[in-house]
Design a protein around this ligand. Structure first.
Ligand code: UD1
Length: 371
């Protein structure tokens, strides 16, 4: 018996999460993993470079859905993904993270099994149970709905399990396995050191800060965006800020015609270059989720430019501080870091490079006993 498992990727933060799981499944001779790329992210520097850096095989299917409003994008993913489900009839669909492709594919799989006599496929969600409790974030909608549709909920931190239990999810479906994003980080950290990005940008170890910013709540509202930029301008008086710019942010900057020559703007970086850049940064300012986790493991101070985080363990145990858009707070924390008083962190349990191994074993044992 060969078990067919579809692993879905769509956008930049999915690739480093799916790669270790896909590679691990390949080791099982009774498992046939298929990689499906929805095409939510399509630019080379948001997609292809990650396949190259992570040594991830080309996707078996590329759905080419592209950009659109949330509903259009999600609907297109569902239409295209359903065709794959009908053609492949997999035993299990595995989705990662919280992007639109995650929910759209989980929903298509759940609908598909309503019409399928064999009650296939099972649905697994990697990075389940994270909650920002902020329904204005598209990711929060994606997380909650994906979790409610999933048979296997693989979590990265203890709070996630508590959240799921409170929502009435059966504890038997929840597995605390650790963090697959950290599997990739630990696997590629040494290789990332070979990147020449610091030389290319003429940067010295710990002489600069890194900024990433692309959340609609930060960049889509002109006043909020300007507020944040004015805080960053203050920070830039003390330290050089390197800003690999996301296409959404670039578009908004163009629209607002604001001057940001106090930041060193560079195009989005590939995985290895970016990891090298943050390893050697004095600190990182971000509104991303995954970067809060990577900086915790790398013991690099992180200031999160949001009013909340769905990854509280990075605050309670790690190097993360949630500063929002508050200029005073951002300046206070920057000063502490520059005075050598940065927050030190510890690595959460199971962020040890073995999360994918745990996940694949749980899935394999289950399929073997139940199909
Ligand atoms: C998406 C995810 C977000 C994740 C982020 C990482 C959702 C709801 N959001 O946000 O959780 O943190 O990816 O990057 O799924 N664009 C390009 N090239 C591309 C893709 C997009 O230029 O390859 C531009 C398009 O103008 C597009 C815009 O970026 O309209 C936004 O892309 P989209 O995928 O809708 O959301 P992100 O902001 O990238």
């Amino acid at each position: 018996m060969k078990y067919k498992i579809i692993i879905v990727v769509g956008a930049r933060p999915n690739f480093m999460k799916a790669a270790p799981v896909f590679i691990e499944f390949k080791k099982y001779k009774e498992i046939d993993p298929l990689l499906i790329h929805t095409g939510q992210h399509y630019d080379n520097n948001l997609s292809k470079v990650f396949f190259d850096d992570l040594k991830l095989a080309n996707p078996n299917f590329y759905l080419g859905v592209g950009s659109g409003t949330h509903s259009v994008q999600s609907a297109k993913v569902m239409i295209e993904f359903e065709k794959i489900l009908v053609e492949q009839n997999p035993h299990l669909v595995m989705v990662v993270g919280d992007v639109n492709s995650t929910l759209a594919c989980a929903l298509a799989a759940a609908k598909y099994r309503c019409s399928n006599q064999q009650y296939n496929p099972f649905i697994a969600h990697i990075e389940a149970g994270l909650r920002s409790f902020d329904w204005h974030m598209p990711e929060e909608i994606n997380r909650r709905l994906t979790d409610s549709l999933s048979d296997f909920l693989f979590t990265t931190e203890p709070d996630a399990e508590d959240n799921l239990i409170k929502e009435g999810i059966d504890a038997k479906r929840i597995f605390y396995v650790g963090n697959v994003m950290i599997d990739s980080l630990l696997r590629f950290k040494k290789k990332a050191e070979e990147s020449t990005i610091l030389t290319q940008l003429e940067l010295k170890n710990k002489s600069y800060a890194v900024l990433t910013m692309h959340r609609p709540t930060n960049v889509d509202d002109r006043e909020d965006f300007k507020k944040l930029l004015s805080a960053l301008k203050e920070v830039s008086k003390s330290i050089k800020i390197i800003f690999p710019i996301h296409p959404r942010t670039k578009k908004m900057l163009h629209e607002y015609r604001v001057n940001i020559d106090f930041l060193k703007i560079i195009p989005p970086l590939g995985y290895l270059d970016f990891i090298k850049l943050i390893i050697h940064a004095k600190f990182v300012m971000t509104d991303s989720g995954g970067i809060q986790e990577e900086t915790t493991v790398l013991n690099v101070p992180c200031l999160t430019l949001r009013k909340n985080t769905e990854r509280p363990v990075t605050v309670t145990m790690g190097t993360n501080i949630v500063v929002g858009k508050d200029q005073m707070k951002i300046m206070q924390e920057t000063d502490k870091i520059l005075q050598g008083k940065a927050k030190k962190g510890q690595t959460p349990k199971f962020w040890d490079g073995m999360a994918a191994q745990r996940i694949c074993k749980i899935v394999y044992d289950y399929l073997k006993n139940n199909i």
